[in-house]
Ligand binder design. Structure first.
Ligand code: GLA
Length: 360
């Protein structure tokens, strides 16, 4: 054998070996990395479904949630008027590309339409009238997307943040007491008996709120109300939740026989603040430092490790917004303060935190 022959054999072997290994060298995407675990979703508006963001969404995610389009205010602005355009666009996009859709949401105290709680004279409506309105709303919306939306957030954020209180004080609880919660689930189940129905809330890992949510869910389960899951919104930060708190919450809720979804995941680089927007303008103390980035990578690594370990209990993880280019946290709770809570940067490029999530 001459040297040239040996040389070309060697090259051939290297090329073969290279192509055999290639699939492993291709960067994993979120949906491919988690295909044996759970769907990975993202909250969107129609504006995200064109151009480079749409490409990123199709590459990385296999489930969608409407960030705003299906909330009661936007979709049902007047008693006899529904505005379907944006919600339809999201559902159509998902159908076209074989993605799942989570419905968000059917009953909440915010982003509610003006007409809902009052009559023509401006007087507060009775419980009967409000429940009838809730039923009509849920029936109309759930029926429209029957078979296309596999899971609905039926009631959002009904438990108070204050440890001394139970139900959040809202027009729903003032007019109907606790009953609106069970009713909302019953109406949704009647409209689509195959849809999975979820109670969704935030701060679900803080013991006091976790335990009061558990109490509510236990009452619903014991009363045989059609509820199938609990949504942990997952509006977290680089400071919380700790691993033990997250594990304890998932275990506690799933001990009721409910499935758990992480429905609105983001990891703020600032500590949580109580209350609404504050007036403080952003300043240099708000900079995104390398230390914060590192903490964020650790937080993403840890929470996804826990999600994988608990894949029997967890049936989905959804991010709230696509990339750091735009997040609701850019203006909340500090007007104008930029946040960096997601896995893709403002240029839609994967951050280091992304690799902590997909490489395991
Ligand atoms: C809550 C709601 C979401 C969204 C966020 C902020 O978590 O459930 O729909 O409004 O607040 O964007």
């Amino acid at each position: 054998m001459n040297q040239r022959f040996i040389y070309s054999l060697l090259i051939g072997a290297i090329v073969l070996l290279g192509s055999a290994l290639k699939p492993h060298l291709v960067e994993p995407t979120l949906k491919s990395a988690y295909k044996d675990y759970f769907p990975i979703g993202v909250a969107v508006g129609p504006r995200n479904l064109v151009g480079p963001e749409a490409e990123l969404i199709l590459r990385q995610f296999n489930s969608l949630t409407a960030e705003n389009a299906m909330k009661m205010g936007p979709i049902h602005p007047e008693e006899n008027t529904y505005y379907w355009k944006d919600a339809d666009a999201i559902v159509d996009f998902a159908q076209k590309h074989g993605m799942k859709v989570r419905g968000h949401n059917l009953c909440w105290h915010q982003q509610t339409p003006k007409w809902l709680f009052t009559d023509a004279e401006g007087k507060t409506v009775s419980k009967e009238v409000l429940l009838k309105r809730l039923k009509d709303h849920i029936t109309e919306v759930v029926t429209r997307y029957k078979g296309k939306i596999y899971q609905w957030d039926v009631v959002n954020e009904a438990i108070d943040d204050n440890a001394q209180k139970f139900l959040r004080d809202s027009p729903w609880s003032q007019i109907c007491g606790e009953e609106f919660i069970a009713k909302a689930f019953e109406y949704a189940h009647e409209a689509d008996p195959n849809a999975q129905l979820v109670y969704n809330d935030y701060n679900t890992e803080r013991p006091s709120k976790r335990d009061r949510i558990y109490q509510l869910l236990k009452k619903l389960v014991d009363a045989k109300v059609p509820i199938h899951g609990v949504g942990l919104q997952g509006h977290w930060s680089i400071y919380e939740p700790g691993e033990l708190a997250l594990e304890a919450a998932i275990d506690k809720f799933s001990s009721l026989g409910l499935k758990v979804q992480i429905t609105e995941l983001d990891v703020s680089v600032y500590p949580a603040e109580q209350g609404g927007r504050r007036d403080k303008r952003p300043d240099e103390s708000d900079a995104f430092t390398p230390e914060m980035a590192q903490k964020q990578e650790e937080q993403y690594r840890n929470v996804f490790r826990i999600f994988r370990e608990k894949k029997q209990e967890i049936t989905g993880v959804t991010f709230w917004n696509v990339s750091d280019k735009h997040s609701w946290l850019d203006s909340h709770p500090v007007a104008g303060r930029k946040n960096y809570p997601l896995l893709f940067d403002a240029n839609l490029k994967p951050k280091k935190a992304y690799y902590e999530v997909v490489k395991f």
